[in-house]
Write a protein that binds this ligand. Sequence first.
Ligand code: ZN
Length: 381
Amino acid sequence: MKRILLCLCLFLAVLPGARAQKLVEGATSDIPAQGSYTPSFKVDRAKKKPLNIILMIGDGTGLAQICAGYYANNGELTLTNLHTMGLVSTSSADSYTTDSAASGTAYACGQKVNNWTVGIDTEGKPIANLPELLAPAGIVSGIVTTDDLDGATPASFFAHQPNRGKGAEIWAEVAGSPLLFFGAGCREAFGNQAPETQAAIREKFLVTDNLADPALADAARIGYLPPHSEVQSLKHGRGDFLPATTTYAIDFLMRHRTSRRKGFFLMVEGARIDKSCHANEFEPAVKEMLDFDKAIEAAIRFAEKDGNTLVLITADHETGGLTLGSDGDPSKGSITGRFVSGWHTPIPVPIYAYGPHSQDFTGIQGNDEVSRKIRRLLLGK
Ligand SMILES: [Zn+2]
């Protein structure tokens, strides 16, 4: 009997759930304040339909990650300056704790699907994503991410695969996508693809590792794949890739609209908040959050000037079960965080909205519903 009890105890000790109870602490120090931007709100909640929609996904970004950035930045973020917000439930078709593939697909395709699957329904059939649905109506699309292009979130906006790990197959779908712009990792990953995949992508896109390349002036479609060093984590030296590429993508898509009455759809992902939270690295997660806020500022500044753009900022799920401690000193940019998990959590995530019809995103909604609202606003159906 004693041996059975001992075995049971050992078994419970190695259960994932038991491991998830460990508490990992972290603190920030000397994070330079970056300020924030507050728009005028003149176009916020306007009743006219937006022509353009920018969907910004902070991977793994729950309320604690946002608050961590807010407190570390002297109590301000462009994100938290916004007035309109709601909540998004993120569960997938087969689990109440989603992964990025299922949640990315829900945002891209408007359907709940199984974890690990990209752009296919629970029967295994491909489902059309927003760029594919919008292109026939003359609405152009782009994606920007700090992840590799075949990461689960960006892949959801162009690929259809039963397993998010099928990188070669996901890359092979890029050329068939109607995307006009992608900015993602990375030059090296592209170089590792099959020659026919590289050739097919080069046939459709002007592939570059440098946005200052003069040849881009005449490009109809751009595939921006910078060196890995420029899209890796901030703690490993990434610069301003995310805000700078967001600004570039907005300008490029505006210049390549099919008419003045047809707009664009852009998905921007801050991918490395999630990766820092998986590693239970608090300060790197806060810095990634602040970098994501710079990209948010770029989008909000454009929306303010343009007047016909709706910006949505949300997450695919929370990562790490993060909470903040009461023992920090936000006046010094010093705050403490505690993780209880190395995986995602099923807690709903916030969605912030700015621009015409931002009011459509208040209340509680599914991630699939957010996609269907975007579709209705841009296509009227
Ligand atoms: Zn994750």
